[in-house]
Design a binder for this molecule. Sequence first.
Ligand SMILES: [Zn+2]
Length: 131
Amino acid sequence: MMPEELASMAGFMANPDLVWEWYNYLRSVLFYAKPNAANLALAEWGNLCSDYSFAIENFDGLHHVARQQIVHELHGNIRANRCLRCEQEVNDNLLDTSGGIPYCPCGGAYHPGVVWRGASKTHPATGRCCS
Ligand SMILES: [Zn+2]
């Protein structure tokens, strides 16, 4: 499967185990990633201005690691996961993926909380479409 297929709902529906394996690999790489100077500077700027927020296309979650309070993640966050059925969001820290695809208490499969190819970029907090 090509990378662009791994980042699509069609790819997930065709082979959810492979898509989870791919995103678990990405998570393992990001586990060691640290916020860069830009992440830290933007977070510091945000702490100085109470009405400051910004939108990003990265889905690595490093702005949160840098303690940026308000970030509009246009492409989602790989550290968050969303149920296909009820759309409940669960952080990686609370999800056991060791046994394969994790399932929500409602019975729906969780998928990585990134915006996939062809999906709407509607931000969950604002409801506004970004593309
Ligand atoms: Zn659910």
